[in-house]
Design a protein around this ligand. Structure first.
Ligand code: HEC
Length: 207
């Protein structure tokens, strides 16, 4: 490989590569998902993003600072670089893709990132009427879920999931939201502002 070909990664291309990370990571500061926010990862000690509560013990103990060299090794094979990590990602085998991605993460930290497609989480406070849950009733093995668009749907209890999102993108207190395929199809998730709201919101009521 020539020196030129080996040289700088391209942050624009890196933004495309980052799509492979977006299911688990956001580059918005403070937005924690399955993995920590990568907004300020550059030159930071591994396992030290504030507000991320799910680091594995090996990551917390790792004596690593994120830079070109360490990120290159990590991203080529996370499990080999840090045995026991909870990042279930097989690694990027292409050196150029890693270089581009690293250039992108560096640009992100410097506030100069080319816009990536906005992935990650939706702002649940802006849910459309068909997502806004107005009542949840339980009878026998069935939930009846009413939404602000005036619809009322019956769902088998085994197919309804209850989740919480306490982040700033989560629903407003007392305003649970249906996500995913919504109430269409045979299964759905309802997201609440806090765990306490879940049982408080579900009324036992038989027609
Ligand atoms: C399936 C989910 C998932 C995917 C996909 C994923 N990650 Fe992660 N990532 C995690 C988790 C979980 C952690 C925390 C690992 C631990 O604590 O062991 C993490 C940790 C990291 C860290 C260390 C953060 C810190 O605070 O020290 C970096 C850097 C990172 N990921 C980058 C990436 C990049 C870049 C990609 C895309 C190529 C990616 N990850 C893909 C889940 C994921």
């Amino acid at each position: 490989m020539t020196l030129a070909a080996h040289a700088a990664g391209d942050p624009k291309r890196g933004a495309q590569v980052f799509r492979q990370c977006m299911a688990c990571h956001s580059v918005a500061a403070g937005e924690q998902m399955t993995g920590p926010s990568l907004a300020h990862i550059w030159n930071r000690k591994a396992g030290s993003v504030e507000g991320f509560l799910r680091y594995s013990d090996p990551m917390k103990r790792a004596d690593v600072v994120w830079n070109e060299a360490t990120l290159d090794q990590w991203l080529s094979n996370p499990a080999a670089f840090l045995p026991g990590t909870s990042m279930t990602f097989p690694g990027l085998k292409q050196s150029q893709a890693r270089q581009d991605l690293i250039a992108y993460l560096k640009a992100v930290a410097g506030g100069k990132a080319p816009p990536a497609q906005r992935g990650g989480k939706l702002d649940l406070r802006k849910a459309p009427p068909e997502g806004q849950v107005t009542s949840i009733k339980h009878c026998g093995d069935t939930y009846t879920v009413d939404t602000a668009d005036g619809r009322s749907q019956k769902v088998w209890e085994f197919n309804l999931r209850f989740k919480t999102d306490t982040s700033k993108l989560g629903p407003a207190p007392g305003k649970p939201v249906v996500v995913g395929a919504g109430m269409q199809g045979d299964r759905a998730s309802i997201v609440f502002a806090t765990p306490k709201e879940i049982s408080e919101s579900i009324k036992h009521a038989c027609p």
